[in-house]
Design a protein around this ligand. Structure first.
Ligand code: NDP
Length: 327
């Protein structure tokens, strides 16, 4: 038997249950991974709450982890028992001691990167990779706006921007988070609980505003994000931490300066093995060189069975950087 977190109805953090399961044998092209560290992502709260649908109930939760290969399916060629690996995928169920993952979704984990570092940075780092390198290619010396800069994705974005020589203006919810974002490489911060975002962006850019805004906060920042863009700027709406953006009249893009909007997701950018390997290798080299560091505070390493408590802290904005579940 193995333990996992599951839910039989979508809802608040209290729907998460700690149960025994009989792990299935890995299918032909699957690898059974003994998870050592599991990444917690805000998307897990959307899946649990019902904002995003699930294929069936009861459902597992979680989409990324790092661990050791325990068993392999009969047609698996790339991995063998004992290998260190990391994965992220759209399929749910990573909040578990053992998880069967398609061979194609796994990456070998370089020795220089610990299980905790990997689980704290894989999905989030691949996200920053496509946002800053593909959705819009941020250039050296370019100034741009990135919301929730002291969150899991945010602290990686601050460091990646610094490595690119770009100027990230990060929004944050407290003075302590502002300090963290600055230390990670943000060029400037805006406390959006106290300051007017668009006015501050305008001041910081001498009235020019920015060509791209990365917005994962959603409902609460939508309008301010558009107001921070210069003519023909690009709004990258990639998350809903404060709730989804709905009921938009497209005319607003015309009124605010012929703007562009995109609503991307990681699995629209990583669609095959080649794309996974390319993005992972970029991320691994930044992690191995120390250009990107992920340090998870001890109080944000939750025992797997305490996923409910972990979700409460993420949703009430008391976390900084990444959080982990430890089986
Ligand atoms: P974070 O660690 O960034 O946590 C979310 C942060 O959002 C909070 O810490 C908080 O920071 C800020 N926030 C602002 N308003 C609210 C609110 N009303 N409720 C809760 N939090 C709020 O999470 P992740 O790093 O896991 O993810 C960041 C975002 O990126 C999420 O929206 C997620 O959905 C999105 N994402 C999108 C992907 C994609 O491909 N589209 C892939 C991965 C993540 P503060 O206190 O500073 O305001």
């Amino acid at each position: 038997m193995a333990k996992r977190i599951q839910f039989t109805a979508q809802g608040g953090p209290e729907v998460l249950q700690w149960v025994d399961v009989d792990p299935a044998d890995p299918a032909e092209h699957e690898v059974q991974v003994e998870n050592r560290a599991i990444g917690i992502n805000f998307i897990d709260t959307y899946v649990r709450s019902g904002l995003y649908p699930v294929p069936a109930l009861p459902s597992g939760l979680g989409t990324e982890a790092a661990g050791v290969v325990k068993r392999v399916g009969s047609a698996v060629t790339r991995f063998k028992p004992g290998d260190r690996v990391v994965y992220c995928q759209a399929a749910l169920g990573a909040y578990s001691e053992l998880h069967n993952v398609a061979e194609d979704r796994l990456m070998p984990l370089p020795d220089a990167i610990s299980f905790e570092q990997a689980a704290a940075s894989f999905l989030k780092g691949l996200t920053v990779h496509y946002l800053l390198r593909q959705t819009y290619q941020v250039k050296p010396d370019e100034t741009f706006l990135f919301h929730a800069a002291a969150g899991g994705v945010g602290l990686i974005a601050c460091q990646w921007a610094k490595a690119l020589g770009a100027h990230l203006i990060g929004t944050v919810g407290s003075a302590e988070k502002a300090k963290l974002a600055k230390e990670a490489g943000a060029w400037a911060t805006i406390n959006y609980r106290e300051e007017n975002i668009a006015e501050r962006v305008s001041q910081l850019t001498n009235g020019k505003k920015v060509a791209v805004v990365y917005d994962s906060v959603g409902k609460d920042t939508w309008e301010a994000s558009l107001d921070s863009l210069r003519r023909q700027g690009l709004m990258v709406s990639f998350g809903n931490a404060s709730g989804p953006v709905t009921g938009v009249n497209l005319g607003i893009l015309n009124q605010k300066g012929s703007l562009f909007v995109t609503r991307p997701s990681l699995y629209g950018y990583i669609t095959n093995r080649e794309e996974l390997e390319h993005a992972s290798n970029d991320l691994f080299s930044l992690l191995a060189s120390g250009a990107i560091k992920v340090e998870v505070p001890e109080q944000q390493k939750f025992p797997l069975k305490e996923a409910e408590r972990a979700h409460r802290s993420l949703e009430n904005r008391s976390t900084q950087g990444s959080s982990l579940l430890i089986p």
